[in-house]
Write a protein that binds this ligand. Sequence first.
Ligand code: ME8
Length: 519
Amino acid sequence: MTSSDSQTPFYITTAISYPNGVPHIGHAYEAIATDAMARFKRLDGYDVFFMTGTDEHGLKMQQSADKEGITAKELADRNSAAFQQMSRDLNISHDRFIRTTDKDHYAAAQAIWKRMEEKGDIYLSKYAGWYSVRDEAYYTDDETEVREDGIRYSKETDTEVTWTEEESYFFRLSAYQDKLLALYEAQPTFAAPQSKFNEVISFVKGGLEDLSISRTTFDWGVPVPGNPEHVMYVWVDALTNYLTGVGFPDTESESFQKYWPADVHVIGKDISRFHAIFWPAFLMSADLELPKRVMIHGFLHNKGVKMSKSLGNVVAPKEWADQYGLDSVRFFLLREVPFGGDGSYSHEAVVGRMNSDLANNLGNLAQRSLSMVAKNCGAAVPQPGEFTDEDKAILAAAGELLEISRKAYDVQDFHGALEATWKVLGDTNAYFAEQAPWVLRKTDVERMNTVLYVTLEVLRIVAILIQPVMPDSAAKLLTVLGQDDAAARRFSAIGTPLVPGTPLPAPAPIFPKYEEPAE
Ligand code: ME8
């Protein structure tokens, strides 16, 4: 048996983004959070499959392409490349970047369709309603209103709607109301956070109508099996990406057997209904297992104001990473905003986190302790004497961080994990100031060695645990702590304390203060 055979599989996905434009900070936020989760599980010994990608079909793509005078495929190619570049810029560790124009995806989308059809859940009829191109969704009369400008809008999403009639295939969503409610009851963490899950539940309780799942007014999509006049409604095709990535329709394949059902789909709050209602209904109809969890995050707003192209406040993720450093941005996003709620960002908020949490609490502690060790302990991990109660308390608090972080990551509470970690760093800073090893240097060298050892040991544990959030900076910190081996960086190494005498390289500052550029 190879080591990967014995590892527990863990399959995690982001939503797949519409490449009708270039990525913004909201996309970056979702990618970074999901990446942190994937990295955490890898470091914790899981066999992780992490997928992200682009959702390339549908009327919105076709219309954006028409505006530019190019084909939808050309637009998708260009912008999908921009999303792939974002992944590289942000150090996203996905195992596959799926595009819904990939050949294997057409096969998967058609296969799930056929399964739902064989179940008797798909029928041909006619659709008429208010259609929003932006949302790729129909609305009823009640869900729309004519505003001052004389244009009719969807009340919920503020997007323009037009009256559309077409022959359409329907999915018998109405038949799944009770089954969905039973699912929510049996699996109270199927979707989170609870407040957003509650919205889903009350929507389903309000009654479900059958869903129009094909279009005839354009052809940029996956053809409906047996009736190529129709293309699949983009959401049928899009949601199926999660199956394609692990080998569907070959349900006997090694990857499907191993990774399906997905452990977590990470998505934003605007698409919770698609993931927590339509998706499990499609899967039930197709006799496939359901994902274990849909984690719904909030939206990021620029200084509390909604991002939009017309306001000119859309932030390009790469610009941010260039300005502050990638790991500072990754840290900021996950530390600042409790995952599941909405968040706001501003230059001041990022700089605040960089300077206080990173440069002061972590960087300074590392720099001060490591330079003392370099000067006074022969550039090697010092030999501690007997531990006092203070030493033991600090070491115990750091030792508990692994379990605390596991519990937090299991519910995607990145903010909670980081908060607990920084609490220990705060306490360690206080300990360091109180113990004053620079004074002990002249009065009690053995005690100085012990204090420095304890401090380095806390830093080692913290460095291991923050790798998912700040992979590069944590790696640098582990290097200056003499922890270069991959094995020493896994979570399984947390319980093995620093070995006195381990040689340490010259310390280098890792978390610089942010300096405002000169005018
Ligand atoms: O919805 N803050 O694609 P998308 C945080 N193709 N997250 C945000 C955000 C913001 N300001 N804006 C968008 C789609 N997102 C579909 C998904 S999945 C089978 C198909 C999130 O490009 C959004 O909630 O509009 C979604 O999870 C992701 O970014 C992609 O959004």
